[in-house]
Design a protein around this ligand. Structure first.
Ligand code: GLU
Length: 431
């Protein structure tokens, strides 16, 4: 069982989407279920509408899930498990106040030592956590031995008990901390492998310790994905436009191209351009590079052009939404434009009123001829016919012809363009 566990606290960024994609691919390849779990326990940071947005993005990328959970709906299990740990004396109520803990942290800082919980409340006897009126948190006792786990990307990782510490699992308001909720849910939902960003590496020994304390015996495997760097080699911030999936989609980059790029990033793949379905057949999480991957927007655009060229005409026409069969023309224009948005603008310009001011008389002559022209199979015949009939020569022929046909003084070779535009000649002559 694999899962994607986003928090509804912001725009989905490419790091999140990459984790979703990899979990989905592994689930499909192993023929097991893919879970979507919304981790909404940090109430203050939740944003209204984000859950729907996440689902919409996953649908758009064809990442269909078999099970859906909302973390806060598991609250009763989180509480039950915490009580179980307390009753088994694996966890304890801690009454230390914020001020007391702050003072101890300050002292550790002054002594140049890392702060660790000093065990003050661990020794308290006979606390009935159900009846107790004084505010308290619940801490899980730190492990007694080194915690080790296997990571498909990083190899074997180990953490010492001191560095795991006796950490908080339930807050004063009786809600679970992130690590506790996450560890319990993964256990209850039968997750077998966790693929997520490497910013969670330090959470993993805690989550392993939680499950071990709950006597959960099934082994969990992990893959912590290296961070994505921006083009300057700095960790990509969530605020950078390029990192927002929504922004990339709004720019007119196809979901299939974004998936392709994110699967390719820091990976060894058998080919460069592929579909999600194809990737299911060969994707291997252990091939992902240990080093951070650098986001290359130009490469993403190149991949997008390739996906546009391979798209079914009907689908492309629908996306361009120009009420015409311009798929072939759009594919041809990928030599100049990389996104659906740019292509729409280019093609719209072809079918809009042209600025003929520089060659007014010439354009007029050509338009008159084009209005009733019989369609020619090839450009040579088309050009020769117009040259003869218009009596125009050289630049005074080619420039106005290009303007009348495309609305621009520069652009692709007319002999190559002609095949894709010949069915529209009469329409263009009338604009
Ligand atoms: N909710 C966490 C996040 O969005 C993911 C935790 C996980 O995958 O375990 O970063």
């Amino acid at each position: 069982m694999y899962r994607f566990a986003p928090s509804p606290t912001g725009d989905m960024h490419i790091g999140n989407l990459r984790a979703a994609l990899f979990n989905y691919l592994c689930a499909k390849a192993k023929n097991c279920d893919f879970i979507l779990r919304i981790e909404d326990t940090d109430k203050a940071r939740n944003i209204e509408g984000k859950e729907e947005e996440i689902k919409e993005i996953l649908r758009l990328f064809n990442l269909s899930w078999q099970h859906f959970y909302i973390q806060s709906q598991n609250l009763k299990f989180h509480r039950q498990m915490a009580l179980k740990l307390v009753s088994e004396k694996k966890a304890f109520a801690c009454f230390c106040t914020k001020e007391e803990l702050e003072a101890k942290k300050e002292l550790a800082k002054k002594q140049n030592k890392p702060y660790r919980y000093d065990g003050t409340c661990e020794k308290l006897e006979d606390i009935d956590v159900l009846e107790c009126q004084k505010p308290f948190v619940i801490r899980l006792k730190k492990p007694t031995h080194t915690m080790k786990f296997k990571d498909f990307i990083k190899g074997e990782l180990s953490f010492e008990p001191e560095n795991i510490d006796s950490f908080v699992i339930m807050r004063e308001d009786k809600t679970p901390t992130y690590n506790f909720a996450c560890a319990v849910d993964d256990m209850l939902e039968g997750v077998s492998c966790i693929i997520r960003g490497e910013d969670h590496v330090s959470n993993t020994p805690k989550q392993e310790h939680i499950r071990a304390s709950l006597d959960y015996e099934k082994r969990m495997t992990y893959a912590h994905l290296p961070i994505i760097l921006n083009e300057d080699g700095v960790k990509m911030s969530k605020r950078e436009a390029h990192s927002s999936v929504k922004w990339l989609l709004e720019m007119g980059i196809l979901p299939s191209a974004i998936s392709n790029y994110l699967i390719l990033l820091g990976n060894k793949t058998p080919c460069e351009i592929f579909t999600l379905e194809e990737a299911i057949k060969w994707f291997d999480i252990s091939k992902i590079s240990k080093s951070p991957a650098k986001f290359d927007f130009k490469k993403l655009l190149q991949i997008n052009r390739e996906h546009i060229k391979r798209m079914e005409d009907e689908k492309l026409n629908k996306l361009l939404n120009l009420d015409k069969d311009v798929a072939a023309l759009a594919k041809f224009y990928t030599q100049e434009a990389s996104t659906i948005k740019e292509l729409r603008e280019k093609i719209q310009a072809i079918f809009s009123e042209k600025d003929c001011t520089k060659f007014e008389a010439e354009c007029k002559i050509l338009k008159e001829l084009l209005k009733d022209i019989e369609p020619f199979e090839n450009y040579e015949e088309f050009k020769n016919y117009l040259l003869e009939k218009s009596q125009l020569k050289g630049k005074n022929f080619f420039m106005p012809l290009r303007i009348v046909l495309t609305g621009s003084q520069h652009g692709p070779e007319l002999n190559e363009l002609y095949t894709h535009i010949k069915t529209f000649i009469h329409e263009l002559a009338r604009i």
